[in-house]
Design a protein. Sequence first.
Length: 101
Amino acid sequence: MTGLRAQQLAQRRVALRRRSRDLRQRAGIHAGALQPVFGWAERVQGAWQWLRARPPELVWPLAAVTGLWVARRPSRLISAPLRVWSMWRLWQRLSTSRRGR
């Protein structure tokens, strides 16, 4: 490899490292806006794991409490599935855009 070509490659490497550093910093800034979503997803995942680890005898009282919660305010029966559906749609859009890149 000639000296000129080696110098060009070294400059290119430095430029790519700078760009990579800048992109990582920007990604970190933008990821901060997603913290509430990630926190919510972790809580849901933790609740799901907790529920799966419990014996079936615990599921019935939990279902009864959930039923009473919905019975106190029937509008939850409509709003909760709509929230779940909108979060699912958001997940689909994000995963589709991630696959496209």
